[in-house]
Design a protein around this ligand. Structure first.
Ligand code: KG4
Ligand code: ZN
Length: 345
C-alpha cells in the first residue's frame, strides 16, 4: 500500500501528513500563524515564509515519530508547488526535494487546488466519504484565495466552469470581519457570531445572482457593508454584531448556492462536493445539505479539518499520481499560479 509524506506551505499554514493511496489519513499535523499576522489585518508574505522555515522540519520529525513511520516505509513525497505565495511555496518545495534526494524517494509537485478538490475523499476513523473520486462530480471550492466551480470528469480531469470576478468568498468574510472589529481571519468568527442573529435585518447584495453566468462577485458586499456601517456608531455596531454577521453570511451563502444550483442544472451532475476554508461555514454546509436533499443529489462535505488548508489533501493528490508512475524532476520549481495543463478546457 503506497504511503505518501505530504507538505503544504502555500499560504500561512504549515502542514504535514501521511496519506495512503486509499485516502486514509494516517496522521496530519498543522501549525497555523494567525497570531503572527493578526496585528497586520492580513497575511504578510515575508512573515509567512520565515515561519514555515521554523515550523516545517520539527513538524515532519514529530509526524514520523507519532506515526512510528521511518523514511524507508514511505513511497514518496508530495508538496504543494502552486498556486500560492512564492516564498512560502519555495520553503515546502526545497524541503521536499532535499528529503527526496537524501532518502532516495520520488517526489511530486502538486497543485493546491487539486488538493482541495480531493479533500472530500480523505478518510479517517471519524470520516468516510460516500462516493469515490473516480465518479464525476461538481465542486464548489471556496477559500480565502479562490471561489471557483469545477466540473470534475474523473481523476485529473478538472474543468473550471465559473470563478469569482473579484474577491474570493473567504476574502469577503475576512474584510467584513475587519470592518466590524473582529480579528483576522474573520470568517470563522462571523460564522460563530451569526448564531441567533436575524439574517433578514440588514440588506446585503447577492452579486450576479439573477444572471445566467457561473461567475461570482463579492466586491459589492464590501461597499454595502461600508455604507451600512458608516451610518452606525461603534457601540451600535457592537450591539448589532450578531444581526450584521447573520445578514452578511446569508448574502454570501445565497450567492454561492445560486451558482451551485445553476451549475448542477447545467451539468446535470448527480454528485456534488464543497471544499476550501469557507466550506467549514455552518450555514453553507446546512444549506448545501438541504438543497441536495431537495434535488436528490449525493453530496460530500469534508469535516472542517479537511476544508481549511491541510497537507492530507495534498498527500492524496500526490499519492494518486505517484502510484500512476508520475514524479517530478529536480528542475521542477514552484510557481505562484496554476499551470495551463492543470485544468481541461
Ligand atoms: O482554504 P483556506 O484555509 O486557505 C486558502 O486556501 O485560502 O481558507 C481560508 C479562508 C479564510 O478566508 C477564512 O476566513 C475562511 O476560509 N473560513 C471561513 C470559515 N472558516 C474558514 N469562512 C466562513 N466561515 C467559516 N466557518
Ligand atoms: Zn486552500
Amino acid at each position: 500500500m503506497a504511503l505518501c509524506l505530504a507538505i503544504e506551505t502555500s499560504c500561512d499554514d504549515t502542514s504535514v501528513a501521511l496519506v495512503s493511496e486509499t485516502g486514509e489519513v494516517r496522521r496530519c499535523l498543522s501549525q497555523g500563524q494567525d497570531a503572527a499576522h493578526a496585528p497586520f489585518g492580513g497575511i504578510v508574505p515575508e512573515i509567512a515564509c520565515r515561519n514555515h522555515t521554523f515550523h516545517l522540519l520539527p513538524l515532519i520529525e514529530q509526524l514520523l515519530t507519532d506515526a512510528q513511520v521511518t523514511p524507508e516505509q514511505i513511497t514518496g513525497l508530495a508538496v504543494t508547488s502552486r498556486p500560492g505565495l512564492i516564498g512560502s511555496l519555495i520553503v515546502g518545495v526545497v524541503t521536499a526535494k532535499t528529503l527526496a534526494m537524501s532518502w532516495q524517494k520520488p517526489w511530486i509537485a502538486v497543485n493546491h487546488l487539486e488538493g482541495h478538490l480531493l479533500a472530500p475523499f480523505l478518510r479517517d476513523s471519524q470520516y468516510q466519504p460516500q462516493f469515490s473520486w473516480d465518479e464525476p462530480y461538481l465542486a464548489l471550492a471556496v477559500s480565502g484565495g479562490h471561489s471557483t466551480i469545477y466540473e470534475v470528469e474523473g481523476l485529473h480531469r478538472y474543468r473550471r466552469l465559473g470563478n469569482t470576478l473579484d474577491d474570493a468568498a473567504g476574502e469577503a468574510f475576512d474584510k467584513f470581519g475587519k470592518m466590524i472589529g473582529l480579528g483576522f481571519p474573520g470568517g470563522v468568527q462571523v460564522d460563530r457570531l451569526s448564531d441567533g442573529g436575524d439574517a433578514k435585518k440588514y440588506e446585503f447584495p447577492r452579486g450576479l445572482i439573477h444572471e445566467e453566468t457561473l461567475n461570482m462577485s463579492f466586491s459589492g458586499l464590501k461597499s454595502a457593508a461600508h455604507r451600512i456601517l458608516s451610518q452606525m456608531s461603534a457601540s451600535e455596531i457592537e450591539k448589532e454584531r450578531s444581526h450584521l454577521c447573520a445578514s452578511f453570511q446569508e448574502a454570501v451563502v445565497d450567492a454561492l448556492m445560486a451558482k451551485l444550483d445553476l451549475a448542477a442544472m447545467k451539468t446535470k451532475s448527480r454528485n456534488v462536493v464543497i471544499t476550501g476554508g469557507v466550506s467549514a461555514n455552518r450555514c453553507l454546509r446546512r444549506k448545501v445539505q438541504e438543497w441536495a436533499q431537495v434535488r436528490r443529489l449525493k453530496v460530500q462535505i469534508p469535516p472542517p479539518r479537511y476544508c481549511t488548508d491541510n497537507a492530507a489533501m495534498v498527500g492524496l493528490a500526490g499519492v494518486l499520481r505517484l502510484v500512476r508512475g508520475e514524479s517530478s524532476t529536480w528542475a521542477t520549481a514552484p510557481t505562484p499560479s496554476s499551470l495551463p495543463t492543470d485544468f481541461i478546457a
